[in-house]
Design a protein around this ligand. Structure first.
Ligand code: NAD
Length: 499
């Protein structure tokens, strides 16, 4: 399929099952490779959001949805997965236009989104409720029910995949879902709405409401009818939303930022480590919560390893996202590119040496695009701001270490706790160090591998709660215990009073 021939969504919002023009603030979606405008649309206003919530409430309460058996509800998830699979090229193209990611990457994200819907269809069909061990004259059951209305608030860096990670389990659990994508990437979520509609999901159960976080995002968190929020985004936003959730005593899950350590021991396979470190930081142009942005290299191999790393980084192909050879595509937006450049300047001010990169690439191929060269910094201690704060771009800091105790202390000396990568051929060491690092995910001799069946989440400033896996379904349900008396006899406590 010719990517250029694919139409972009027309910019109307999916408000409780009805396609409507938004009445909120203007959103301009641009193609980060050249700055051209993809679509100008109006985001969701408070009134649009309230209409979506009212429609969601009615649809979720409708017995036609509520009384569906698990295997019947699962059919919708499988049909959505089919719809995504049939439209992978279209979704990939729209997402590339919205975010500047390579088509290679957006195809993989679309395929993983289909897999997520299929997985939660399967989990739903195979999740048993429990008859708990009886301790009296009652049959005791532990059941799970939908929460009602769930809001999913997502960032711009991997839209279709992070959207699916929330929407699939939340719908599977029997809820209605209101999805608010980020303003830099509104289009692919609107395409998902078209697929969900075509899959026949009853109208009202799904909404897509791009718009300002401070307006529509805030409404979704504060509204009394929303029973749970699943948020992925920055730590300061997440913390603010958690405060609001506390006011309502509403459960909220937070997938937040990271400053993940990657660690190369002297006994590692050097080619495996080099490839893993490069992929860990520079794929997705570093715009990844799990980006391995702090590299610790054992001192005995430090200089040689860093020399090879810098040489390999210089050879990475920085280019247009439609070019199949491209490894490092533009950043999502010129504003974000400027923020990455400002972080590199900050590092310079902190005394960092720029081993490669440290600027935007030059040449006509990059004109108007939000490009930035893959950058490696050295010569700063782990306490520098460049080592503590999330850059969310293609910027790696290299730090030497002496031994296991030293690297564990340095890796853990950070407020985030999202991920960690270890390269070593020593299995007991990998287990020892991996267990000692504060991180939701540890990769050994690999990085950024994902499976929907394996839980994901962060500790510390990286978040609260876990997504994915079988338990990911239960996170969108509320548990109910039922005691069903089997004795048939009046409660003895009433005694003579009832005679
Ligand atoms: P962000 O926090 O600025 O925005 C995330 C979403 O929240 C957007 O949809 C935004 O509009 C919305 N939002 C902003 N203010 C809001 C408010 N007051 N009320 C309700 N919603 C509001 O983050 P971003 O810049 O879009 O994304 C980058 C961040 O996301 C990075 O910090 C990255 O690490 C993080 N991230 C984390 C994970 C993870 O799984 N841990 C995955 C991807 C991205």
């Amino acid at each position: 399929m010719d990517a250029h021939a694919i139409d972009l969504p027309d910019g109307r919002l999916f408000v409780g099952g009805v396609w409507e023009e938004g009445t909120g603030a203007e959103i301009v979606s641009i193609f980060p490779a050249d700055g051209s405008v993809n679509r100008v649309l109006r985001g969701a206003s408070i009134a649009d959001g309230e209409r979506a919530i009212a429609r969601a409430k009615a649809a979720q309460a409708d017995p036609a949805w509520r009384r569906l058996k698990s295997h019947e509800r699962a059919r919708f998830l499988h049909r959505i997965a089919d719809g995504i699979e049939a439209n992978v090229e279209r979704i990939a193209f729209i997402q590339t236009r919205d975010t500047g990611k390579t088509l290679r990457e957006t195809r993989a994200l679309a395929a993983s989104a289909a897999g997520t819907f299929r997985y939660y269809g399967a989990v739903l069909e195979t999740s048993d409720d429990l008859a708990t061990v009886q301790r009296g004259d009652a049959l005791t059951l532990s059941l799970h029910e939908p929460i009602g209305l769930v809001a999913a608030i997502t960032p711009w860096n991997s839209p279709i995949a992070s959207d699916a990670q929330k929407v699939a389990p939340a719908l599977a659990a029997g809820n209605a879902v209101l999805l608010k994508p980020a303003s830099w990437s509104p289009l692919v979520a609107l395409e998902l709405a078209r697929i969900v509609e075509a899959a026949g999901l009853p109208a009202g159960l799904f909404s897509v409401l791009p718009g300002a976080g401070s307006e529509i995002g805030n409404l979704l968190v504060e509204h009394p009818d929303i029973g749970r929020v699943s948020f992925t985004g920055g730590t300061s936003t997440g913390r603010a939303l958690a405060r609001k959730a506390a006011e309502k005593l509403m459960p909220i899950s937070l997938e937040l930022g990271g400053k993940s350590p990657t660690i190369v021991f002297a006994d590692a396979d050097m080619d495996v480590a080099l490839a893993g470190v490069l992929f860990g930081i520079f794929s997705s142009t570093g715009q990844s919560c799990i980006a391995g942005s702090r590299l610790f290299v054992e001192r005995s191999i430090h200089d040689g390893f860093v020399e090879r790393l810098v040489a390999a980084t210089r050879k990475l192909k920085v280019g247009h996202p439609f070019d199949p050879a491209t490894q490092v595509a533009p950043l999502v937006h010129p504003t974000h590119r400027d923020s990455v450049a400002a972080y590199v300047q900050l590092a310079r001010n902190e005394g960092a040496e720029v081993l490669c990169g440290g600027a935007a690439p030059e040449g006509p191929a990059y004109d108007g695009g939000a490009y930035y060269l893959p950058t490696i910094l050295a010569g700063v201690a782990n306490t520098a701001r460049i080592c503590r704060e999330e850059v969310f771009g293609p910027v790696l800091v290299v730090i030497p270490f002496d031994d296991e105790a030293d690297v564990i202390a340095q890796a853990n000396d950070n407020d985030y706790g999202l991920a960690c990568g270890l390269w070593t051929r020593d299995f007991p060491r990998a287990m020892r160090v991996g267990r000692a690092i504060r991180a939701g995910t540890v990769w050994v001799n690999t990085y950024k591998q994902f499976s929907i069946s394996t839980p994901f989440g962060g500790d510390g400033e990286s978040g609260l709660g876990r997504e994915k896996g079988r338990e990911g379904l239960r996170a969108y349900m509320t548990q109910k215990s039922v005691y069903h008396d089997l004795s048939g006899a009046p409660h003895p406590w009433a005694g003579e009073a009832i005679r």
